[in-house]
Design a protein around this ligand. Sequence first.
Ligand SMILES: Nc1ncnc2c1ncn2[C@@H]1O[C@H](COP(=O)(O)OP(=O)(O)OP(=O)(O)O)[C@@H](O)[C@H]1O
Ligand SMILES: [Mg+2]
Length: 238
Amino acid sequence: MAQNDPILKIKNLSVAYGQVKALTDISIEVLKGEIVVLVGANGAGKTSIMETVLGANVPVSGTIEFKGKSIGGVPVDKNVRNGMYLVPEGRGVFSSMTVMDNLLLGAHHNLKNADSKLELVFDSFPVLGNRKSQVAGTLSGGERQMLAIGRALMSSPEMILVDEPSIGLAPIIVNDIFEILVNLNKEGYSILLSEQNVYKALKIAHRGYILETGKMTKHGTADELLNDPAVREAYLGA
Ligand SMILES: Nc1ncnc2c1ncn2[C@@H]1O[C@H](COP(=O)(O)OP(=O)(O)OP(=O)(O)O)[C@@H](O)[C@H]1O
Ligand SMILES: [Mg+2]
């Protein structure tokens, strides 16, 4: 698969929870090697997009392709084995389990390569290596987010979906997390990121999509969005 091919292609996606329409006619692409950010307020539909891509929601209509193949109806575990991993909103680490056991969960479908992957994760996140026997509940918020990202890396993904990683973190720690995402992207991981921290997210992204109550209202390069007067007024306080 060449650079510039879409690794993820979402077309005309609509999702509902019973009578509640969460997404209407959403089309989004992530090209191989990109960081793409989904921008939107609470309830805009960011998590719904990610969970539907992962296979945890069944859409009302629309198509999703991953690496050029339709993944409609494909269950979560198969999508994970095929190279995508969701770092969920709220991090999703298991508080009573150790750092090590949380990491191993990310590799549960391929434990025989776990040791080499652990080494890679501990290289990227030395703090996790120093705390591998510590229960995750005693980690700081930033460390938990690193653990959630590290767990994703354990599954050898090609694309990582990262849902609001900055939530609840101090600005200086947010900078660390975003730097980690930039470095992972440089290593070749494609990233679909959702954020309400719009300025910082657009600063590290290649492109972005603006969502308002389940509809996509605008998309463009990160620079285009950062310079768009309506985006600036609505999301950047300028
Ligand atoms: N399991 C569910 N059952 C019913 N409605 C849901 C469910 N999950 C999400 N919704 C609704 O779908 C819409 C989109 O929610 P979603 O969680 O995708 O938004 P979000 O952009 O991730 O918001 P946040 O920034 O608060 O995480 C909202 O109106 C929400 O109330
Ligand atoms: Mg959400």
